[in-house]
Design a protein around this ligand. Structure first.
Ligand code: C2E
Ligand code: MG
Ligand code: MG
Length: 565
């Protein structure tokens, strides 16, 4: 850097500082004419020394020069001898950058101002980073929609306004019906694309004044501010449901999605974000239960149900140790011989207040909370122990089928658990059949095939449960090392009256035969169904025609003692 006379004490020291400083430094005389700049300043702005020295700084600001701003800056410098702030500036190539500018007056000991020193830091990257972090904190990375935290802030703001203007507002919580099954069947990459499309669809359907959020998983929420009446809300919900009536085209395939919507309204259902969200959530669960593709406004009765659900969850924690869980057994009959050759273990919960509960009311909670792991192991052990005890009592040996839930199937220690239980109960492995549902089987197929092979190598048999309800790819089915296909009850119960269901049952049976698999029909309730299934060479049947699931003692009395020679 060329040496010049500086309005400061030791010129050599000043020059050294200037050359080594990381921040841009600019020195002017007392009239504001630039006398010296350092290398960092030139690198930051792209100017050459001769382009700036001898000029006043306002020349550097080009279009962004604001004379009022510089007048203020100078006035502050005169009064206080120091100014700092953030200023948008332009580099020589026109690129805008945000600088942190600190300007100090340089004074002689007498107090006379002899020049000005400006220190300049480029903080554009830092500001962009901060803005990105702020965005990430408030948005869902997959869909770009606002997240739960920001959504609650939006409701808080909208509530303030609604309280002032005496208007209403609505909170909608939406959940995609059967999304878990779709995600498990097609894989999470496709699931992600679906969620992105849903996000776009919702944003496009509601007006720009509304906020669309993704709360997590397949749950979305919408805030409708400044609502006049319920009719207006219903109009928006109808357009959302209508939007979902159009199929989503994914890689050339049409996918029909439906959505359940729960609604809460300020001021009727709450006056803070939490209660509006909770109540819309309860209403959404109600909509889901009634049917897919529907909406529900919140009612106080729903809150009672939600509280019951939470209670059920906390009492399920204790159900195992309080010995409230019971395994029931339903016979499986060989269609050729008419003999009971197996049994399916089906769990029940003897709830101290609510009575005997069906697994459909608590298995989903057990899955969600993870209790399914200890509960599942307990069921497996009880069923194996009981089956072995029947053998030791001298009854003709039967095979016991045990259901595995999705979470159990994915747990790391499944193989060790099954091995340990078989060895502890001394049940020979071929008397145990493990049932997994079709949707579990289609999730992460290679991993599933590997796990099934390893289970099979233990000597147990394997069945696909509720077949026909998922999205099985037939090519995968042939790669699964399974023994048995269980046709879902929904097809069996209708096939004598429904031509379509009869066609499906026939197709499943011939598919199973082609793949050398056994076929079990679930939910057989009439002898007409038995005759039809026999003609199709179905192997096994299970259903109320023979018996509902029974306690171990009842099952033994009714089916095992009767079968003793
Ligand atoms: P699933 O494995 O498909 O079991 C068959 C269900 O159909 C049983 O209901 C059984 O009682 C019912 N069922 C059998 N025959 C008939 C019939 O003729 N008509 C009608 N209407 N229903 C019939 P349940 O015991 O309520 O079990 C429901 C589901 O809960 C089971 O479906 C299974 O997915 C799950 N589940 C039951 N026990 C367990 C368990 O120990 N572990 C796990 N993970 N899931 C279980
Ligand atoms: Mg089953
Ligand atoms: Mg089933």
């Amino acid at each position: 850097m060329k040496k010049r006379n500086l309005p400061l004490g030791n010129p050599a020291l000043v020059t050294t500082i200037l050359e080594h400083a990381i921040e841009g430094i600019l020195l002017t005389n007392r009239f504001g004419v630039i006398e010296q700049v350092n290398a960092a300043f030139l690198a930051m702005t792209g100017y050459k020394q001769e382009e700036v020295v001898g000029k006043t700084p306002d020349h550097l600001y080009g279009e962004s020069f604001d004379s009022a701003f510089f007048r203020d800056l100078l006035a502050t410098l005169v009064d206080e001898h120091y100014w700092e702030g953030e200023v948008w500036n332009r580099k020589k190539n026109g690129e805008a950058y945000l600088e942190k500018l600190r300007v100090a007056a340089i004074r002689e000991p007498s107090g006379r101002v002899v020049g000005y020193l400006a220190i300049i830091t480029d903080i554009t990257a830092h500001r962009n980073y901060e803005a990105r972090i702020q965005h990430e904190l408030h948005h869902d990375p997959l869909t770009g929609l606002v997240n739960r935290i920001h959504f609650i802030e939006k409701i808080t703001d909208a509530l303030k306004l609604a309280k002032e203007t005496k208007e209403k507002l609505a909170v909608l919580v939406l959940d995609l019906d059967r999304f878990k099954g779709i995600n498990e069947s097609f894989g999470s990459a496709v699931g992600d694309v679906i969620l992105q499309r849903v996000a776009e669809g919702l944003t496009g359907t509601v007006g720009p004044e509304c906020t669309v959020a993704r709360l997590g998983g397949d749950e979305f929420a919408i805030l409708l501010p400044c609502v006049k009446n319920e009719k207006e809300v219903i109009k928006t919900v109808s357009s959302i449901l209508h939007h979902f009536e159009q199929p989503m085209v994914l890689e050339g395939n049409e996918l029909f999605l439906t959505v359940s919507v729960g609604l809460s309204l300020y001021p009727y259902d709450g006056s803070d974000p939490e209660s509006l969200m909770n109540h819309a959530d309860s209403a959404m669960y109600q909509a889901m239960e009634i049917s897919g593709s529907s909406y529900q406004f919140y009612t106080a009765d729903m809150n009672r149900k939600a509280v019951e659900q939470v209670k059920l969850e906390s009492s399920l924690r204790k159900a195992l140790e309080r010995q409230e869980l019971i395994v029931y057994y339903q016979p499986q009959v060989d269609l050729q011989t008419g003999k009971v050759i197996g049994t399916e273990a089906l769990i029940r919960w003897q709830h101290p207040e609510l009575g005997l509960l069906s697994p459909t009311s608590f298995i989903p909670i057990a899955e969600e909370t993870g209790f399914i792991i200890p509960i599942g192991e307990w069921i497996l052990r009880s069923a194996c122990e009981q089956t072995k005890a029947w053998q030791l009592a001298g009854y003709p040996p039967i095979r016991v089928a045990v259901n595995l839930s999705s979470r159990q199937f994915q747990q790391e220690h499944l193989l060790e658990t099954v091995t340990r239980v078989l060895s502890q109960t001394s049940l020979e492995p071929h008397f145990l059949e493990l049932e997994i549902t079709e949707s579990i089987a289609m999730n992460n197929v290679n991993h599933v095939i590997d796990t099934l092979h390893r289970l099979k190598s233990l000597g147990v048999t394997l069945a696909i449960d509720d077949f026909g309800t998922g999205y099985s790819s037939l090519s995968y089915l042939s790669r699964f090392p399974i023994n048995n296909l269980k046709i879902d009850r929904s097809f069996v119960s209708n096939f004598t009256s429904s031509h379509d269901d009869a066609t499906i049952v026939k197709a499943i049976i011939s598919l199973a035969k082609g793949l050398n698999l056994y076929v079990t029909a679930e939910g057989v309730e009439t002898s007409q169904q038995v005759e039809f299934l026999r003609k199709l060479h179905c192997n096994k049947v299970q259903g109320y025609l023979y018996s509902e699931p029974l306690s171990a003692a009842e099952f033994e009395a009714k089916f095992l003692q009767a079968a003793r020679w």
